[in-house]
Design a protein around this ligand. Structure first.
Ligand code: NAD
Length: 359
């Protein structure tokens, strides 16, 4: 597992260059702080930001201890988002211009520990927002399809609709969206947000969400050729591949303020169910791949989320344009993870994995 994680992180650096090539260039690099940078999305985001703006201009932070290679590309600092003064000190010491706020307790983790979800997602966000207000920072803080709820229309869910989520995660994200908009109106804070679907990545493990199965299924397929899914076979949910997620996040982060007609945007790429992804794995990996379904409490969360989201505003305002569909995601995940699982048996390794194992 240690070898697999190291190999994945090494692949993540190579991957960041591919993602950064899809982005346009900026003349004067901003100094960016990323909170929660050791999470599923932070790892790729930091690598992409550093490729674009230079390692020293991107301060990675978290409350976890980074692996050695996660310290090497630029500054890493301990930052608990519950501590306003500590956040302020980092902003002052490093001359921060922009914050990408990724610290959060996700949907399933929030239902397991509601008190933690409330404190990190509400109190932590309030601290970040106040730092942004007091120091004139641009703030990008993602929201989620989990901000919608059981009474929201499920198909082609628009940006503006009924939002009455019944999870701590959803409630805290609606709070985040509204407070961000309030600070933008009242104090001129440059707050930006996008409602991600489930994000699928091979570079780092998912952090406790309802769509984690769509990452786990590939590891299980390559390890054991079988998977027990915690959602029902037909739980159709919006999803996006990490490359599209990071490119879109960079586009919104860098967009000129005056092109934004709203502060919070839906972003949609594709929708699939566990059974549909299992079919793709059978087609691309092994016809014998077996899946069984043992739905747990996460199915009740999935039941309240949209099947598809309308994202016209993101496309027309700042160029959201995902390129990975369901089959592309399956192919990309299998291609990335095959060498990692082949390694212990001594089969062919990709160059970055080989380099990681040689260290
Ligand atoms: N991954 C997805 O599929 C997905 C989908 C929708 C929205 N999002 C949003 O994207 C953002 C990043 O998500 P992710 O998947 O990388 O999450 P993750 O759970 O993988 O990572 C979150 C990080 O926050 C850190 N953290 C927790 N408490 C903290 C604290 N008190 N101070 C500082 N850091 C703390 C954790 O150590 C972790 O590294 C979150 O806002 C999340 O809500 C993610």
């Amino acid at each position: 597992m240690v070898i697999q994680r190291t190999a994945l992180r090494t692949m993540a650096h190579v991957h960041a260059h591919a993602v950064a090539r899809r982005l346009y260039s900026t003349a004067r690099p901003p100094r960016v702080l990323v909170t929660g940078s050791l999470g599923q999305l932070g790892t790729t985001m930091v690598n992409t930001l550093r490729t674009k703006f230079g390692g020293e201009n991107v301060v990675a932070s978290d409350i976890k201890k980074p692996a050695p290679e996660q310290r090497s590309g630029g500054p890493f600092v301990y930052a608990d988002v519950l501590n306003y003064r500590a956040l302020e000190q980092i902003v002052v010491d490093y001359g921060i211009d922009w914050v990408v706020h990724f610290s959060a307790v996700l949907s399933a983790a929030g239902e397991r520990n509601p008190a933690l979800g409330l404190s990190v997602n509400i109190d932590g966000f309030r601290n970040i927002l106040d730092v942004a207000k007091n120091h004139g920072l641009r703030l990008l803080s993602p929201s989620t399809m989990g901000a919608f709820g059981p009474s929201t229309p499920k198909d082609d869910t628009p940006d503006l609709t009924v939002m009455r989520p019944n999870t701590i995660y959803g409630i805290s994200k609606v709070h985040m969206e509204l407070l961000g908009e309030y600070y933008a109106e009242k104090y001129g804070v440059d707050f930006r947000s996008l409602r991600y679907p489930g994000i699928i990545s091979a570079d780092s493990p998912p952090g406790g969400g309802t769509t984690d199965y769509a990452v786990d299924i590939f590891h299980a397929a390559l390890k054991n050729n079988r998977y027990t899914c915690f959602l029902k076979h037909d739980a159709l949910l919006p999803m996006a591949f990490i490359d599209d997620c990071i490119v879109g996040t960079m586009q919104l982060l860098e967009a000129p303020r005056d092109v934004l007609t709203q502060r919070v945007y839906n972003v949609h790429a594709c929708s699939f169910s566990p059974a549909q992804m299992a079919d793709e794995i059978r087609r691309l990996h092994s016809p014998e791949f077996a899946i069984e379904y043992c739905p747990d409490f996460r199915q009740a969360i999935a039941d309240t989320w949209p099947r598809t989201m309308a994202d016209h505003a993101a496309r027309s305002d700042w160029g959201w344009n995902p390129v990975f569909g369901t089959a592309d995601i399956a192919r990309a995940m299998l291609d990335k993870l095959r060498p990692v699982y082949a390694a212990p048996n001594g089969r062919t390794l990709s160059a970055p994995v080989e380099a990681a194992l040689a260290q």
